[in-house]
Ligand binder design. Structure first.
Ligand code: NAD
Ligand code: IPM
Ligand code: MN
Length: 390
């Protein structure tokens, strides 16, 4: 029997409930396919932070880095200021493990009514490849406050303040240091630096093109080169260069706003969509709606040569916490992506088939997709289907 060790961070809100269902399903298919998973539970999240003041330190990261895959529920809690848990746990892992691909399949499954009238499963089958380590997500920014802003100088001008800020980014691919001399007469400013690197862009694009080769051979790139010309001009150049190496792949580039519109108007025209980090965050929530909602939308943060992390694209949904009402399918499906990544493709397919059947049968489903069933009943039903149909 093959043994796997997989760290689990159930996290906050509905995280523990949906992760339980995911582990339950994976344990069950493991018995069938001859593998066994020892789950190594980690307490990171709001509760742990509020009790110990700890988030995720270098030792924790080193420990987690011993494994090929991490299974994550969600982080984020109304008792903690926005961004602390999200940046210091989730983004920290994505960056530390250099999980440069955020893979988010958008596939309408049979048994789910698409909110766009008339769209069928064959119309909605695309895959987002979101760059996951750069762009406006690098936490590179600052604040400058000028207490004298409204005092006039002798010459009648607003008084200025000066400030220096040093921002350092250290990554596996490169390091960058910005030394900023700031002078302003505004009372308060805040700024955030977005950055892309050629190598960082190339590698995620290659991943997208390789994926498209196995699918319908189309890649759409997202940018906003008409306004953010430096960062997305570089993104677009790299897209042109990488696409030249894949002559059999049909390509197009889109402004992010226009792409949002096209996702609704003609979703069938998309196969693989490669996108910078921030637009990808927004567009994949939109993509989620096309496939029936966040409760059905899986995700994977991939470093093909390192530690990857598998999580639904939804968050901790605090209002549903502890009610056993959340839809666990996004997390179970993310678990299937994890099994595929570690080499258990047949088990992964079994899970996806069972997800499709539970939806098609329309008996057991959670409230977000029009049912009355509990979160744990969905997991139980998926086990029943796997047992029944094989
Ligand atoms: P959310 O995804 O948690 O919830 C958005 C909406 O979708 C809510 O109405 C919620 O009830 C519903 N929803 C989400 N998942 C569902 C599920 N499985 N079943 C049924 N309904 C579901 O987004 P939010 O409300 O913007 O964020 C809540 C917290 O989660 C914030 O702290 C946010 O930063 C964090 N967050 C974390 C992650 C992550 O850990 N990967 C991702 C997104 C948001
Ligand atoms: C997601 C989330 C995260 C992101 C947040 C919680 C940091 O919204 O996984 O989509 O913006 O990537
Ligand atoms: Mn998001």
């Amino acid at each position: 029997m093959t043994q796997y060790k997989i760290p689990v961070i159930a996290g906050d809100g509905i995280g523990p409930e949906v992760i339980n269902e995911g582990k339950k399903v994976i344990d069950f298919v493991g018995e069938k396919y001859g593998f066994d998973v020892s789950w190594i539970e980690y307490p990171f999240g709001a509760e742990y932070y509020l009790k110990t003041n700890k988030l995720l330190d270098e030792n924790d990261l080193k420990e987690l880095g011993k494994y090929k895959a991490i299974y994550l529920g969600a982080v984020g809690d109304p008792r903690v200021a926005p961004g602390i848990l999200e940046q210091e746990i989730l983004l920290k892992m994505r960056f530390y493990f250099d999980q440069y691909v955020n893979l988010r399949p958008v596939k309408l499954l049979p048994g789910i009514d698409c909110p766009i009238v008339g769209k069928k499963p064959e119309d909605i089958d695309m895959c987002f490849v979101r760059e996951n380590t750069e762009d406006f997500y690098m936490s590179a920014g600052g604040h400058v406050i000028n207490p004298q802003a409204h005092e006039k100088t002798k010459k009648g001008k607003e008084s200025k303040t000066k400030a220096q800020r040093t921002i350092e980014i250290k990554r596996e691919l490169y390091s960058v240091k910005f030394d900023l001399d700031i002078e302003t007469d505004a009372d308060e400013i805040a700024f955030q630096i977005g950055m892309v690197s050629k190598k960082g862009t190339e590698r995620v694009m290659k991943y997208a093109f390789d994926l498209a080769e196995k699918r319908r051979k189309r890649v759409a790139s997202v940018d906003k080169v008409n306004v953010l010309s430096y960062i997305y001009g570089s993104w677009r150049n790299t897209f042109e260069n990488v696409s030249a190496k894949y002559p059999e792949i049909e390509t197009e580039h889109n402004y992010a706003d226009a792409l949002a519109m096209r996702l609704i108007r003609d979703p069938e025209s998309f196969d693989v969509i490669v996108t910078p980090n921030m637009f990808g965050d927004i567009l994949t929530d939109l993509g989620a709606v096309l496939q029936g909602g966040l409760g059905l939308s899986p995700g994977a943060n991939i470093n093909p040569n390192g530690t990857s992390m598998f999580e639904p694209i939804h968050g901790s949904a605090p209002t549903l916490k502890g009610k056993n009402e959340a839809n666990p399918i996004a997390t179970i499906w993310s678990g299937a992506l994890m099994l595929e990544q570690i080499g258990e493709k047949d088990a992964a397919n079994d899970i996806l088939n069972a997800i499709m059947k539970v939806l098609e049968e329309r008996k057991i489903r959670t409230a977000d997709i029009g049912g009355k069933s509990k979160c744990s009943e969905v997991g139980d039903e998926i086990l029943k289907i796997i047992k029944r149909d094989n």
